[in-house]
Design a binder for this molecule. Sequence first.
Ligand code: B12
Ligand code: SF4
Length: 469
Amino acid sequence: MRRLNVILTDICSNDGVQGQLAPSLGLLYLAAFLRTKFTNVKVFYVPQKYGIEYISKMISEIMPVLIGIYVSSYSAPKVYEINLILKKRFPWLKIICGGPHPTAAPGETIEKGMFDACVIGEGEIAFTELLKKADNLPDAYDSIAGITFLKGKELFTTPVRPHIDDIDQIPFPARDLVSGMDFVGLPFAKKKPYAEVIPSRGCPFKCVFCSNPVFKGGLPRVRKRSPENIRDEVKELYKLGYREIFLNSDELNCDLNWSIEVCESLASLGYKDLYFQCHLRADNISIHLIRALQRMNCWTTRIGIESASNRVLEGIQKGIDINQAEEACALCAENGIKVFGYFMLFQIWEKNGALEFENVEEVSSTIDFAHHLWKKKRLHYMSWAIATPRHGSELHSIAMRHGLCDASYYTCYKWDPSKYLPGVSRYTVSSLYRKGLMLQARLAAGSGDVQLRNWRSLLSKGIGLIKGF
Ligand code: B12
Ligand code: SF4
């Protein structure tokens, strides 16, 4: 039987500056799924650091049937650039893309990136069908649901592919394809090596700044894996030597009872030297959940706080208020679980068709609020970003509608609030930027468990502090 070689890569790179934290689990899911459907498939995963010359050499040597590329809105311009070169060098090659950016902007991805096809949303089944029909492409594109491609000179999108209902049926990501040496891991961790696990797919909320197109499919629907299935993956990871695991669902507590069952199930493994981190929403935390998190050895939880202003939280449809945020931090911290807060500065939203902005006082009070939480020992780490329009988010649509950005803007480009915020100078933005970075550094230095292997990210923060915005 002919061997089917497939290359999967998340080429991109954040300019090679920060190193790749972790492999793309989406691609490792595709690899694992393909292996269950074809006995003659051989998948090669190429991490970001290897770059185009390495991939070109690999293509010449193994002559893959398909290449699959993961694209985020952050990596899109770089991926387009690289794909154009690949298409020139290997015109016979079928290059397929998927991930959050092609899902949010399929037509643009095909046109600017010159991909043969892009998969919209969940990729396991669509990519399997593409491989099955690889010898009959491009004719067979029409028969594959959930993809966009060029038919003649026209963009064509096939009917929407429904989500996989029972996500327990999807095999665990093919982690045997990756080497820990290729990734720098989390900036804060108790132990190494570190892995991510995705206990659920989807998020029922609609925060304005958030781009989460892949598992929404127009519906705020969440699919959860069974606690036993998650436990089995963690067991496998422990055997492979991983000692810290990030339960990287958008919100582990989207369903409180289920999240407690997941934690209890993981605690029952009894691995005392295995540490966990997870994402929690501030409005759905109970003492029972906290106890279950303690039992499973969860040392840090990450909570989206975003802003210290209820006006802003309401505007961006976060669905929490500032008291809930503080209570959630207090409940975790008082029970020995460290809190990592996510914040966003200079938010933008729309009210009755008019633009609304987070003003300088509100931004400043958000940084002060983080400081206050830290002083009260309710916050241990923080990260913050200037709210940036990402494809797939409501913020991106708002920014486009009001002319704040155009189709050439991608989230990896600098977004300067002083350009659109009435009466805000670059100097003010820069001083708030420094103030935020300084606080972030103070928290990290005081809270410990900083991983120096991630020195590039620390260095870039240091440079930001000196240079300003
Ligand atoms: C873990 C994670 C990370 C990890 C690892 C990223 C990775 N590549 O897996 C780290 C920490 C490195 C990371 C970094 C960043 N992330 Co991140 N991250 C996530 C998170 C929480 C989970 C990703 C995941 O594993 N999902 C589960 C898997 C199964 O889904 P998936 O990756 O989407 O893959 C499926 C489909 O997309 C599709 N698919 C994917 N690739 C391909 C390729 C082909 C060929 C095909 C056919 C199909 C296909 O099939 C897969 C299986 O169904 C998501 C949120 C989310 N819910 O997905 C955000 C998310 C992907 N991240 C996001 C962002 C913004 C970032 C950063 C820019 C943050 C920052 N400011 O630095 C960086 C940039 C990373 C980069 N260089 O592209 C956004 C992306 C938005 C966008 N429009 O692009 C998301 C959606 C969060 C959000 N809600 O806004 N991230
Ligand atoms: S920020 Fe979190 S809660 Fe809000 S939509 Fe995104 S993933 Fe869901």
